[in-house]
Design a protein around this ligand. Structure first.
Ligand code: PLP
Length: 461
């Protein structure tokens, strides 16, 4: 058992620290992440920096940190290939959450007391960590949300309501998740604007010629995914953004499936908005973030009213807190932010480039292994893609395939994956999806391929 290390020894009076706890995400007030007061953006650890683990990245090192991967499912070690839905959590995140509640819980911003001050510093430290993670210029460009869905709705309801009018167009790629389609449909209906789909090519990439043709001075916003949750496609977001900006259109990038898999730099992409969910990034559910360009956020009205987001309230008039607080009404998910920072620290400690290179190699292995399964067709073969393999198996219903794999302890997802337009591009209503993460191994992929091959062999007799 490791030496108890509460990092700042701040266990509640009379409460012994729990044995074996190490709480990398919690830091002593006074030894906060650089730039707590005034906030600034800590640099992400890079290969060779003190915060980076020594040696090459291995999935085994990551697996050791993930307790749930030790549990059996149906008598076999679980093979978690449902990372597109949510990722499993490292003990560094789990323990940070437990330690936060055991030693530091308080509401933020309001209190003058010690715990409120500490919780506030942790919350704002989480904001600085997210800013560093995304390459954002300042913590003030980061708004915490429940996740990607809420972040897109925030932009649609705040920016959209203020900026869209009759005849305006919102270009939305066909490979978007429903959470980057429906909020635009809702606000378009209200503002009498139009949602215009950007078509796909047969390989699942966005048709760039069609995109260039669709852009016009009617285009107010382009909504694109940084990585598709069904096809794995990674569109040329930087180039698409530059093109949109020629028409003065804003660009919202859905990073839900991107941030865990490759490094992101919102300034290099020149994104106006970049949104993601913590739970797909090894962090808790219920927390996510939206990056917005400072000048864009400054011109946006608040979207929800309540505590924390105001400056002065009188019955005749209200003034609001500065950005980003004016977009965070009510008590935030404080422990979620603390857990999100722990997850970012955990992921970046492996070196982002090393993780991306490993996952690309694992994708290559998976593509080969699945190609050998009789009757299996993988959807999406764009040149740039993350390790998402959505497939059909001839003669087999996708849900039955997922249930049969579960009997072997292999977790995959089946259905429409909340991206019906992507599937209908292939004439399908449902498919089975294996989505890989840094802790998955070639052996696990081989287990999947073997189970599918066996399923086909049994169906043939
Ligand atoms: N965008 C993409 C590409 C996704 O894959 C998902 C979830 O699967 C979402 C958005 C929605 O994320 P959340 O449900 O965490 O808000």
């Amino acid at each position: 058992m490791t030496t108890p290390d509460m990092s700042w020894g701040a266990h509640a009076p009379g409460m012994a620290p729990m044995p074996g706890w190490q709480v990398p995400g919690l830091q002593a007030p006074g030894v906060q992440a650089p730039g707590m007061t005034p906030p600034s953006v800590p640099r992400q650890p890079t290969a060779g920096s003190a915060a980076t683990r020594s040696g090459a990245f291995t999935p085994e090192a990551a697996r050791q940190d993930i307790p749930v991967l030790q549990r059996p499912v149906n008598g076999r070690p679980v093979v978690w290939l449902d990372n597109g839905a949510t990722t499993q959590k490292p003990r560094q995140v789990i323990e940070t959450l437990a330690a936060y509640y055991a030693t530091a819980n308080s509401n933020i911003h309001r209190g003058a007391h010690t715990l409120a001050r500490e919780a506030t510093e942790m919350y704002e430290g989480g904001r600085a960590a997210v800013a560093g993670f995304l390459g954002a210029p300042s913590p003030d460009t980061i708004v915490f949300t429940r996740g990607t869905t809420e972040a897109v709705n925030l932009v649609a309801q705040s920016w959209g309501r203020a900026n869209l009018g009759p005849g305006d167009e919102i270009l939305v790629s066909t490979l978007e998740h429903h959470s980057n389609i429906v909020p635009w449909q809702m606000i378009a209906k209200e503002r009498r604007a139009r949602v215009v789909p950007i078509p796909l090519l047969p390989d699942g990439s966005i048709d760039q010629d069609a995109y260039a043709d669709l852009l016009s001075f009617r285009t107010q916003l382009v909504a694109i995914s940084h990585a598709s949750n069904v096809l794995g496609t990674v569109p040329p977001v930087k180039e698409m953004t530059a093109l949109a900006h020629r028409y003065n259109a804003k660009v919202l990038v859905d990073g839900a499936q991107a941030v865990a898999h490759f490094p992101v730099d919102v300034q290099d992409l020149d994104s106006d908005f970049y949104v993601f969910s913590g739970h797909k990034l090894y962090a808790p559910t219920g927390i996510g973030a939206m990056y917005g360009k400072p000048e864009v956020l400054a011109a946006m009205p608040p979207w929800q009213g309540g505590g924390n987001m105001i400056d002065q309230v009188e019955f005749g008039r209200v003034t609001y807190a500065p950005v980003p607080h004016c977009f965070e009404a009510g008590t935030g998910h404080i422990s979620g932010v603390v857990g999100l920072k722990a997850a970012i620290d955990w992921l970046t400690s492996f070196g982002r480039e090393a993780v991306a290179a490993y996952e690309t190699a694992l994708l290559g292995h998976a593509q080969q292994a699945l190609a050998a399964v009789p009757g299996l067709t993988v959807l999406g073969s764009a040149a740039e893609k993350i390790a998402v393999l959505t497939f059909t198996l001839a003669g087999q219903d996708p849900m039955t395939v997922a249930r049969r794999l579960d009997q072997d302890g292999i977790a995959v997802r089946a259905g429409h994956h909340c991206a019906q337009p992507s599937l209908r591009h292939y004439g399908l209503e449902a498919a089975t999806r294996a989505s890989l993460a840094l802790y998955n191994t070639a052996e696990e992929v081989d287990q999947l391929a073997a189970a599918l091959t066996q399923m086909q062999a049994q169906a043939a007799v």
